[in-house]
Design a protein around this ligand. Structure first.
Ligand code: SF4
Length: 272
């Protein structure tokens, strides 16, 4: 893997992917996990920026090298399943980091920060330099992570020169801890996520734990169990997210209008 961040997509402006901030979103290419419900499978493979296959071959969709960046419909981030604000209508697919950084620099006075999503941002060591690049513009930095890389997370939330490199982390809690390995298809993922959570709990960086509620994989009973597990760890706030399709529609909206929705709503008022 190169020292330069491999980018899978870029959203120049969002108001909801980095809580409380106007931000740009950088979708990082590559993820080691293979969650059964992943909606961003095109971001799973580790490919070179500017290529569209795993062999690194280039074609007309490449970005950054010929100045043409294919504009795509926005996709939903599987790692966060975040909704993107209506103004984020164009996603640049697979631009180079150099190209993205230039766009961020031009917009720096209109942005509070940049949030790295994926794929899995921490799957690339190059994320450290990319985060530093953004901070050099005076912008805040957030990350959406699955928790699969606790050591790199530790590096980013540990204070260097009196300040951590990250301002906020969104940690996905995909399911109950004892069902992690089955869902991610990666033995040992439960350990990695709990280690990442412990690191965040011991850091000074603000973070959210959130679960994307896809009724195919997450039941109200799962939500209750996850909430209890998080409470026992010391987490004070746990968020639930609707699951969206590529056209940004709630995939299981009928479910959220029926008994399932009522159960979830009743949970939101409960303390665990
Ligand atoms: S961690 Fe996120 S990007 Fe990776 S496979 Fe799972 S849902 Fe997809």
């Amino acid at each position: 893997m190169t020292d330069v961040l491999q980018v899978g997509g870029f959203v120049p402006f969002t108001t909801i992917d980095f809580p409380g901030r106007n931000a740009a979103v950088v979708f990082c290419q590559g993820c080691m996990w293979r969650c059964s419900y992943c909606q961003n499978k095109e971001l799973q493979s580790f490919v070179d920026a500017g290529s569209n296959d795993e062999r690194g071959g280039q074609n007309d969709e490449r970005g950054g090298q010929n100045g043409e960046h294919k504009e795509m419909r926005p996709f939903v981030n599987a790692a966060s399943n975040g909704e993107h604000n209506d103004v984020t209508l164009n996603v640049l697919k697979r631009p180079t980091w150099e190209y993205v950084l230039e766009k961020i620099y031009v917009r720096r006075n209109f942005l509070d920060g940049v949030v790295f999503s994926g794929g899995e941002p921490l799957a690339q060591n190059a994320i450290i330099n990319a985060v530093q690049d953004v901070r050099n513009f005076g912008l805040q930095v957030g990350i959406h992570t699955s928790g699969a890389y606790p050591e790199l997370l530790d590096d980013l939330v540990t204070c260097t020169n009196g300040k951590p490199l990250l301002d906020w982390v969104g940690l996905d809690i995909k399911t109950c801890f004892d069902e992690y390995d089955a869902l991610t298809g990666a033995p040992g993922s439960e350990y990695l996520v709990t280690r990442s959570l412990d690191i965040l709990l011991g850091s000074s960086v603000c973070f959210d734990c959130r679960t994307t509620v896809d009724p195919k994989y997450v039941s109200p009973e799962h939500v209750i169990k996850i909430a209890r597990e998080l409470r026992n760890k010391g987490v004070l706030v746990y968020k639930l997210q609707q699951c969206y399709d590529r056209e940004r529609n709630p995939v299981y909206s009928p479910c959220f209008e029926n008994e399932f929705a009522k159960q979830l709503q009743s949970l939101s008022a409960r303390k665990f």
